[in-house]
Ligand binder design. Structure first.
Ligand SMILES: [Ca+2]
Ligand SMILES: [Ca+2]
Length: 230
């Protein structure tokens, strides 16, 4: 009799736990802020910056005050500041480029800058900001590395860099050493084929969801052990 009750309890509690675990929508961590997803430092004025939005919502760049800054040759003050305009949809990218760039860049460009705006070469630091808050940096402010950081094609000079799909957020430290190979894949100079799209690796369940799944399994095992002790 006691064994039957235990068995019934075991199954009912287990079923409830599994139902909770299975029916709860899995919550996934997603990027919380914009970040650079591609950097092109090509021949002549073939430059571009691609910014990825994986935040789950469209963002009005102008209203939110996003801007790009370039720090030339180790300078600690920005030589170029470009205020971004327009809207970037969720899971989409926004491309900034000089109006004199290659047509294959311009076809993917959302915002052009005029000829009066100076763009980076390989030894310049590039920053993405929201208002005055730095949210991503390529390079190291105050440092002139010579030709560039890293080695072409995984370098800031004469190369195209695409952010690794495992990276979910910007580098917010402009003062530490910069090694492009940690967060970027490099491609030969004037590679334009990846511009206009970006994807991040499959999302993983956030800890609270894992906790729920774990508690369901632990609950089942605990009750199962009690049953067999009787
Ligand atoms: Ca330079
Ligand atoms: Ca850094």
């Amino acid at each position: 009799m006691l064994a039957t009750q235990c068995l019934r309890g075991f199954f009912s509690v287990s079923v409830v736990m599994f139902a909770l675990a299975v029916l709860s929508p899995l919550a996934y961590a997603i990027p919380t802020e914009l970040f650079f997803s591609e950097y092109i430092e090509g021949t002549s004025s073939n430059k571009a910056l691609e910014i990825y939005n994986g935040t789950g919502s469209a963002i009005d760049l102008g209203t939110a005050g996003y801007n790009v800054q370039m720090f030339f040759n180790g300078n600690t003050s920005a030589g170029t500041t470009i205020n971004l305009t327009g809207t970037v949809s969720n899971n989409d990218v926004y491309v900034l480029a000089p109006s004199t760039a290659d047509v294959n860049i311009l076809l993917k460009t959302n915002q052009f800058t005029g000829v009066a705006v100076s763009w980076f070469t390989g030894n310049d630091t590039v920053v993405l900001r929201k208002g005055s808050t730095m949210i991503d940096v390529i390079g190291q402010i105050g440092v002139d590395p010579g030709t560039g950081w890293g080695t072409s094609p995984t370098g800031t000079a004469n190369a195209t860099l695409q952010r690794k799909s495992s990276i979910w957020g910007g580098d917010t430290n402009s003062a530490d050493a910069f090694d492009p190979s940690i967060e970027w894949n490099g491609f030969t100079q004037d590679t334009f084929g990846g511009l206009g799209t970006h994807s991040v690796a499959a999302p993983v369940p956030i800890p609270s969801t894992l906790l729920l799944l774990g508690s369901g399994l632990v609950g089942m095992v605990g009750i199962g052990r009690k049953r067999f002790k009787k």
